[in-house]
Design a protein around this ligand. Structure first.
Ligand SMILES: [Zn+2]
Length: 475
C-alpha cells in the first residue's frame, strides 16, 4: 500500500474568500483525500501552507521537503503542480529530490503527469499559463519594437548600448560598417568583401541585410499569422521592421543600392543555394540501416570554382563502411510534416491510427514463421513414427525448434510493444508538445530546445527512403 503525504497550498487571498469547509484549503484537501481513498492510499500526513506573500511562509513545504530523504512516504499527492511551487526552480528541486529518493507523485487534476520526465517537459513548455506568459512577453516586445526600441539582446556590430539601454553608434566600429557597405557597392561580391575586412561571407550578408543600420528596429520572433492564427517564424526577408529611435550608420541610398545588388546576385545563385538545415533533429535520426544520422555540411562547386554549402543527414556504418545520406531539407520537412499532421491523424482515427506498416509486416512475418515451425514439428513426429529418425535425432530437432520458437516469441513481444507505443494515447500528448516546441522554436534557443527534444524523443526512424517516410518514437 502506498504511504502518502498530501501537500496543499493557497494564497492568503484565496483563503480569505471563503471560510470553514468552503475555504480553498479545505476544498483542496477534500479533493486530495477523496482521491487517496478511491485509490486506497494510506494518508500519513497532510502538509499545508497559507502564503501571506512573505518569504518565510512555506513551513509546510519545507517540512515535507526535509522528510523526503527519510523515505517515510512512498508517494506525494497534490492538487496541481502549481501548488508545489510558483517558481519552476523550486519545483524542479523538489521533484528532483523525489526522483532521487524514489518517491513517486501524483497530481490529482493532472493525471498525465506521471514521472519526472513528463513533468519537466510540462513545466518547461506545456502549461497554458506558461504559454500565455510567453505570448504576453512577446506582445510586449512587439509593442516596444513598434515604439522604436531595440529589444533583441545584443545590438549588431556598429552599435553599443548607451544611456537607458538605448542603442547608439559605436565610435570605433560604426565607420567600419559604413566602409563595408561602400566596398560591397563597388565589388558586388560578398566573399571578396569578407576577405577585405577579415569576415566570413555570411557575416557580410548579415551586415548588408541589416536594416538596423538605416535606423530601423526589427521584430523577429514568431509572429501570429492573422489569417490562420498560427505562430510562424518570419523568414529573413519577412521580418517586420519599424522605424527606430536610434541614429542610422548607413545612408538609405547606399543601403538600397546594396539591396539591389544582392537581389541580382541572389537571382544568379538561386538555383544552387540550399536552405539552412534545422539542427534540432541531428543525432536523433536513425537510418534505415540502423545507424544514427548526423547533419553534415557538403559543398557544391560551380563552373567558376565557387563553393556553395548544402546539408545532408549522413550515417556511417562502421561494419560495412557504407554511408547513406538524405538531403537535410527533405528530411527536416518530412519530420515537421509528421509532427504537424500526426495529432490530427491520431484523433481522426480514434487513436487506433497506426502508420508504421513495417512493424505490422514484421508481426505478420513472425506469425507465418511460427506456423511454419508447427508444421515442421508435425513433420518430424511423422518421420519418427515411420522410424526414419531415432530418439536422439528427434530430441535434437525438437530442441532446435524450441530455440527458434523462443526467439520468434521474443521478437513478437518486442514488436507488439513497439506497435502499442505507436498508437498509444500518450502519443497524442507527445505530438502536441512536439508541435508546440516546433512552432515556437527560435534559433536563439536551439541548445535548450534540443535538450527538450531529447527528453521527449527516443529516436526518429527513417522508415523508407523512397518515398521518404519517418516515424517518431517517444521515450
Ligand atoms: Zn545508413
Amino acid at each position: 500500500m502506498e504511504r502518502v503525504a498530501i501537500y496543499i497550498r493557497v494564497s492568503k487571498k484565496e483563503q480569505a474568500k471563503n471560510k470553514g469547509t468552503d475555504s480553498s484549503l479545505a476544498i483542496q484537501l477534500k479533493k486530495c483525500t477523496d482521491y487517496c481513498e478511491e485509490k486506497k492510499y494510506e494518508v500519513l500526513k497532510v502538509y499545508s501552507d497559507v502564503e501571506s506573500g512573505g518569504n518565510d511562509d512555506r513551513k509546510g513545504f519545507n517540512d515535507l521537503q526535509n522528510t523526503i530523504p527519510k523515505k517515510i512516504y512512498t508517494k506525494v499527492i497534490f492538487w496541481e503542480v502549481s501548488r508545489i511551487a510558483r517558481k519552476i526552480s523550486t519545483g524542479m528541486k523538489f521533484f528532483e529530490d523525489l526522483e532521487k529518493y524514489g518517491v513517486s507523485f501524483e497530481s490529482v487534476s493532472q493525471p498525465y503527469l506521471k514521472d519526472f520526465m513528463s513533468l519537466s517537459i510540462f513545466l518547461a513548455w506545456g502549461t497554458e499559463d506558461l504559454k500565455q506568459m510567453s505570448l504576453r512577453i512577446k506582445s510586449n516586445l512587439l509593442e516596444k519594437t513598434k515604439a522604436g526600441y531595440f529589444v533583441h539582446g545584443n545590438p549588431a556590430t556598429g552599435y553599443i548600448r548607451g544611456k537607458n539601454k538605448m542603442i547608439v553608434p559605436d565610435p570605433e566600429k560604426a565607420p567600419l560598417i559604413l566602409k563595408i557597405f561602400e566596398t560591397f557597392a563597388e565589388n558586388w561580391n560578398l566573399s571578396e568583401t569578407g576577405r577585405i575586412f577579415g569576415k566570413t561571407r555570411s557575416d557580410i550578408t548579415e551586415i548588408i541585410d541589416n536594416r538596423i543600420y538605416i535606423g530601423e528596429v526589427v521584430y523577429k520572433k514568431y509572429v501570429k499569422d492573422p489569417v490562420d492564427s498560427k505562430h510562424r517564424i518570419k523568414t529573413k526577408n519577412n521580418r517586420i521592421w519599424y522605424k527606430g529611435l536610434h541614429e542610422p550608420i548607413v545612408p538609405l541610398e547606399l543601403f538600397n543600392l546594396c539591396q539591389e545588388i544582392r537581389k541580382l546576385n541572389i537571382k544568379i545563385r538561386e538555383s544552387r543555394e540550399k536552405g539552412k538545415p534545422i539542427l534540432l533533429f541531428s543525432g536523433l535520426v536513425v537510418c534505415t540501416c540502423g545507424k544514427k544520422m548526423f547533419q553534415t555540411r557538403r559543398y557544391h562547386t560551380n563552373k567558376a570554382g565557387e563553393k556553395y554549402p548544402y546539408y545532408v543527414y549522413l550515417c556511417t556504418n562502421k561494419l560495412t563502411g557504407k554511408k547513406h545520406s538524405i538531403a537535410a531539407r527533405k528530411l527536416d520537412n518530412a519530420i515537421i510534416e509528421k509532427i504537424k499532421n500526426s495529432k490530427e491523424l491520431l484523433e481522426l482515427n480514434g487513436i487506433e491510427y497506426n502508420e508504421n506498416e513495417s512493424i505490422k509486416n514484421k508481426l505478420k512475418l513472425i506469425e507465418k514463421e511460427l506456423l511454419a515451425l508447427e508444421t515442421e514439428r508435425e513433420r518430424i513426429i511423422k518421420l519418427f513414427q515411420k522410424e526414419f529418425i531415432n530418439e536422439d535425432e528427434l530430441e535434437s530437432k525438437f530442441n532446435d525448434i524450441t530455440a527458434r520458437k523462443k526467439k520468434l516469441k521474443e521478437s513478437q513481444k518486442h514488436y507488439e510493444e513497439e506497435d502499442k507505443k505507436e498508437s498509444s494515447k500518450d502519443n497524442v500528448e507527445n505530438f502536441e508538445k512536439l508541435k508546440y516546441i516546433i512552432e515556437n522554436y527560435s534559433e536563439d534557443d536551439v541548445v535548450e530546445t534540443r535538450k527538450l527534444l531529447r527528453l521527449l524523443i527516443k529516436e526518429i526512424t527513417v522508415v523508407s527512403k523512397k518515398p521518404l517516410k519517418v516515424n517518431i518514437i517517444f521515450n
